[in-house]
Design a protein around this ligand. Structure first.
Ligand code: FCB
Length: 453
């Protein structure tokens, strides 16, 4: 281990080192105990939407093995955990009839986590919209925002005694753009105007849930998680700078500006499609309600050049160096994490930040009972150093949740991409095997504790 105790003290003693997962990616048991179908059940069962037709039907079977998974976390010393609740387990048709068996599963999970000394962070929406709501227009329908608020309020009631950190949405950009503009995610729509409306309704639903949380006189904290990127221009030519700005507006400002500045960035309409018709009354004030923290998911960075030939890519070309990429083909750029965190701090907000996802997929293999994922360890180590650089320059970061605890269903890529610290053997009864990176992270967290002891 190359971190010394002085280095560890760049982080506050209560800094949260944890791992993250999401319901549809790990739970399986899609027909059990009254769960209703979600848009990801429908999408993954539609031919040619996911790699090899993979679905989350069984996933990591976490629904049945949650005790084993919590025990693994406890043994490894991973004492902070971000997970999501499947809305269709709670309200099988999205609203109306409540399914107490679904509530009971998360009751058991939370009790098990707390008994093991693991502090939970609960994400309310990690992409698995009840299919019944999709049948009524999904996030294109403003009503869905109000149903989300009602679901959120019920969760605050049920779990507020054990959960003190809440995330409304995970990566709403992906729901709007991948789900409704590019059609790569559920529900698989390709329509820029609808994508713009969806972005607005997602943000509105977030604001409504925050308001509901405040009126609960809750003691904890609530925030949202955005996927953000560090975007650099290929050169100082005005054309490249403008191309960078277009990409930055599309990737980052589309959600940061409404949340923290109370307005959509100018020029977004041409990029994402107009959500203007969806905006009503005080929506923007509701969306910009003060938060307790901002969650940031960071994986990669971009270098952008002007290229008028590529209208579909906003007239830009991605010229990011590709000498080091992960199994997703994403360039590795830890410096982007430092720059991104500094930028949020300088331009947007002084509320605490949390890295709610960071990690990498590699084509891991078990050899002699061991997964020697040295590339992942190197990725993690460099990103954690980049995080320390941000803290050093005064950015208030409170936690780091590594994606992911387990190998899991990576959306359109199915089970072909492995992000886990723990290997899941899909051929052998989904047996769990901690990779070398899990042992590394475990040692890292232990050494951190000792440095502060
Ligand atoms: C993020 C998602 C998460 C996982 C990682 C690799 O966009 O939030 O569910 O798929 O990427």
């Amino acid at each position: 281990m190359e971190f010394d105790s002085q280095w560890f003290r760049k982080f506050p003693p209560d800094f949260r080192w944890g791992t993250a997962t999401a319901a549809y990616q790990i739970e399986g048991a899609v027909h059990e105990d009254g769960r209703g179908p979600s848009i990801w059940d429908t999408f993954s069962h539609t031919p040619d939407k996911t790699w090899h037709g993979d679905t989350g039907d069984m996933a990591c079977d976490h629904y049945h093995r949650y005790q084993e998974d919590v025990e693994l976390m406890r043994q490894l010393g991973f004492d902070h955990y971000r997970f999501s609740v499947a809305w269709p387990r709670i309200f099988p048709t999205g609203s109306g009839a409540l399914n107490m068996d679904g509530v009971a599963f998360y009751d058991r999970l939370l009790d098990t986590l707390i008994d093991a000394g693991i502090r939970p962070v609960l994400t309310l929406y990690h992409w698995d919209l009840p299919q019944a709501l999709e049948d009524h227009g999904g996030w294109r329908n403003r009503d869905t925002a109000y149903y989300f608020r009602d679901y959120a309020a019920l969760m605050f009631d049920q779990f507020g005694d054990r959960v003190d950190t809440w995330i409304t949405h995970n990566e709403p950009w992906c729901t709007a753009v991948l789900g409704h503009l590019l059609g790569q995610h559920a529900p698989g729509i390709q329509d820029s105007t609808q994508a713009g409306m969806v972005a607005h309704h997602l943000l509105l639903s977030h604001g409504l849930a925050v308001a509901a949380y405040r009126s609960h006189a809750a003691q904890g904290q609530i925030g949202i998680t955005l996927n953000l990127s560090a975007v650099y221009p290929a050169s100082n030519r005005p054309e490249d700078l403008a191309a960078r700005d277009r990409m930055d507006t599309m990737l980052n400002r589309s959600f940061l500006d409404p949340l923290f500045l109370g307005q959509y960035p100018s020029g977004l309409n041409e990029l994402l499609g107009s959500g203007d018709d969806a905006i009503q009354g005080d929506d923007l004030a509701e969306i910009a309600a003060p938060l307790d923290f901002l969650g940031i998911n960071y994986y990669t960075y971009q270098v952008i050049a002007d290229d008028p030939e590529h209208a579909e890519l906003l007239g830009t070309r991605d010229v990011t160096p590709r000498d080091e990429v992960t199994d997703m083909g994403w360039p590795v750029g830890p410096h982007g994490l430092t720059d991104l965190l500094r930028r949020i701090h300088q331009q947007y907000t002084r509320i605490p930040l949390m890295v709610t996802e960071n990690g990498a997929a590699y084509p891991d293999r078990v050899v002699d009972g061991q997964v020697r994922d040295l590339a992942r360890i190197s990725y993690l180590e460099r990103h954690i150093r980049a995080l320390a650089d941000a803290l050093n320059s005064g950015v208030d970061v409170r936690g780091y949740y590594l994606w992911s605890l387990l190998d899991n269903f990576e959306w359109g890529f199915g089970y072909s991409k492995r992000f886990g610290l723990v290997y899941v053997d899909y051929e052998a009864n989904r047996r769990r095997l901690p990779k070398d990176s899990a042992l590394w992270y475990s040692d890292f967290i232990r050494a951190f504790r000792q440095a502060w002891a």
